[in-house]
Design a protein around this ligand. Sequence first.
Ligand code: FAD
Length: 297
Amino acid sequence: MQVLPEGGLREKEPMSRHTTFRAGGPADYFAEPHNADQLAEVICICREAGVPYAVIGNGSNLLVGDLGYRGVVISIGKAFGEITVEENRICAGAGALLASVARNALAAELAGFEFAAGIPGSVGGAVVMNAGAYGSEMKDVMVSATVLTRDGKVVKIPSGKLELGYRTSCIPKEGYVVLGAEFVLEKGNPAEIRERMEELAGKRREKQPLEYPSAGSTFKRPEGDFAGRLIEVAGLRGFRIGDAQVSEKHCGFVINRGEASSADLLNLCREVQKRVREHSGVQLELEVKLLGEFSED
Ligand code: FAD
């Protein structure tokens, strides 16, 4: 693809390098466009050639199969990472990390983004997932997202039209690629903002197995309960398949203890779902997105 700059397209790129689970086989092609025009062009080429493509951000909510991805994985990375602050508005490119947005908010003495500082995703991935923590979510602070539509148009969509719900949006269904988002925050006291960010980071360190690769909470929170609690009462704390394990520290996290394959991780998730269903009748739903081809069990 000549549209991409030198090194912007790699063949047989191991997806374990691009996911926080540190698992996943090769993408046939891995494209890193540097701007929206290149991105649109890559997508146009894929569509015209009938080649499947998938857009990823920081890979922190993704499990890619051991057999990899047949098509083009398009990474929205640093080149889309611009952040600008104007009064109480922050515009962030889809490739900006939430931690950077939070740092910029703090520097501009803007409050309301602290909840997202410890979520290891990009703005694009966070908009798609309506990422949230500690009682807040993207929906509360985001006023609009700019997207590339299926037919190659760049459109700014108000948050209210993105069907933002608990870890969902209409973006995958519509085939949009998020290019950036606009957040409106409130003037705040920098010492208090910093303190809140440190408090939440402390909670994460205390409760979450951050020392192991994972994709965060593996399952969605079921109505009126917690996935971690249901997994624990089903006797699955520390339950292991190969190097895939239900974290002993936080049962809602599936972790990679080192050499877990994606099949190990997925089989563990399926087994957890089965045993929780048998134990408490609740069907846990994966929060983590699956991508590519998984080997047979
Ligand atoms: P990816 O994992 O790369 O992609 C996620 C989905 O979004 C995929 O379907 C992908 O196709 C799509 N996508 C990504 N970028 C774009 C784009 N630009 N345009 C269109 N589609 C796109 N999540 C929470 O909500 N709250 C938490 O507190 C939280 N804590 C976590 C803690 C840890 C240790 C880890 C590893 C993960 C945690 N997560 C949490 C999960 C994850 O960080 C979030 O879901 C995050 O928003 C995913 O962003 P990403 O850029 O990594 O997206």
